[in-house]
Design a protein around this ligand. Sequence first.
Ligand SMILES: Nc1ncnc2c1ncn2[C@@H]1O[C@H](COP(=O)(O)OP(=O)(O)OP(=O)(O)O)[C@@H](O)[C@H]1O
Length: 257
Amino acid sequence: MIEFKNVSLVYPNGHQGLKNINLKINEGEFVVVVGLSGAGKSTLIRSINQLVKPTSGELYFDGEDTLKFNERQLRKMRTKIGMIFQNYNLVRRMSVLRNVLSGVLGRTSTLRSMLGLFRQEDIQLAMESLRRVGIEDKAYSRADQLSGGQQQRVSIARALTQKPKLILADEPVASLDPPTSHQVMKDLKRINREDKLTIIVNLHFIDMAMEYADRIIGMRAGEIVFDGPAEEVTEKTFEEIYGRPIKEDDLLGGADS
Ligand SMILES: Nc1ncnc2c1ncn2[C@@H]1O[C@H](COP(=O)(O)OP(=O)(O)OP(=O)(O)O)[C@@H](O)[C@H]1O
């Protein structure tokens, strides 16, 4: 469903964020991207929905080269891609339900959304999405009254309400404590399994990557230096990806299984 062909990205200051990436991601995969800070994980993920735009190569989403898209085509593509950020990106003063309903904006007219007139079926879908991440009882709370883990679940519910073909999660657990991080990763994994939804997650803890990934992509200095099934990954693989021995800080800990 996604294919990078010789994709490079040079930032305006001349820094090369991606170097000649060749990568295929198939429908239904749960892929974890790992690498040291600055390795290019966010750049890789964000180039898929063009929050950052590659400067050369071809990048296919469902068979179309998205680097040739105009604004309208880009907007349409983004409605099919749910995005989860480290800092949740919720509208803090709005209710949880209203935040989740912003996931349907791609399918709702501007007037309806300005007036807050959502269709009954969309409200049901939003409530169902909240139920799937275990926080339907929070629907009418203000977003900023929730804990970090609950806010991240709201952002997962918002992504689900988009009815996406793909979810990109950029360091979704970096602000959470170990038990909550495991819960959020379990939610993502369950959704991947139940909906056969393709999910790509950036993580910097190697134990989390090994526990949840089907496939691990290792990045260093803008290049893919490892790509393989999680079962094949050992400490040595990580040492090669990181270019140094593994340290305790590279592990989140708190594995509950
Ligand atoms: N807008 C930008 N302009 C210039 N350089 C940038 C820009 N955004 C990122 N970079 C640089 O590109 C490199 C890759 O950044 P990226 O955020 O993709 O790394 P990362 O692996 O996700 O690391 P982290 O976990 O720290 O976010 C880094 O050296 C970063 O400083």
